[in-house]
Write a new protein. Structure first.
Length: 194
């Protein structure tokens, strides 16, 4: 279900076909089988990417770079993504990444607390820092000097830059997904009722 009608594969422009092929043959497709529905439509934010393929290819490349070529540890990356999803109450983003967070080693009690909008109790200092940093940036639109300094000390400058870019990208995706009323992929439960 989405407000934005699907781009029909039979009507792809050459640019749309190129982007479609890049997405369905890329690393995301190897991690998740729900990128394409039974009718051959790209799901999630990717349908929106196809509307403006000149722009969509850049959004896709940024997301692929952050997910598969970043040095930020996977569990911290996925914790950041689900924290953004919870701040935006973005069901599709949550459904796509909560399981990935669990697979990456984020504790189920932490994932559940993030979904509920609570502050989890962390056993890991880096996870606690990432949660605080992302919640400040996504929720308050700023990061305090104390949180920023702690992030530099624990993650280093390059990973702080990756973390900020992760928050920015997944905030943009959450805005797109919410604006177009994109629901979680079939078979994935909505974290928050529409």
């Amino acid at each position: 279900m989405t407000r934005l009608p699907y781009v029909e594969p039979a009507q792809f422009s050459p640019e749309q076909k190129e982007l479609f092929d890049a997405i369905v043959s890329g690393p995301r497709a190897q991690k998740r089988g729900s990128l394409v529905d039974a009718a051959g439509h790209l799901t999630g934010p990717f349908n929106g990417f196809l509307r403006l393929p000149a722009l969509g290819k850049h959004w896709s490349a940024i997301g692929e770079t952050l997910r598969f070529r970043s040095r930020l540890p996977r569990r911290l990356f996925e914790l950041a993504v689900i924290t953004v999803a919870a701040e935006w109450r973005c069901g599709h983003e949550w459904a796509a990444h909560a399981a990935l967070a669990s697979e990456a080693g984020v504790a189920e009690r932490v994932i559940d607390a993030v979904r509920q909008g609570s502050t989890p109790t962390f056993a890991d200092t880096a996870e606690n820092l990432v949660f605080d940093f992302v919640r400040e940036l996504a929720g308050r639109r700023r990061v305090t000097d104390a949180t920023y300094s702690a992030a530099l000390a624990i993650l280093g400058e390059d990973q702080v830059v990756e973390l900020v870019n992760t928050v920015a990208y997944y905030t943009a995706l959450a805005a797109m997904l919410n604006a177009f009323a994109v629901q979680p992929p079939q078979g994935m439960e909505a974290a928050w009722p529409p």
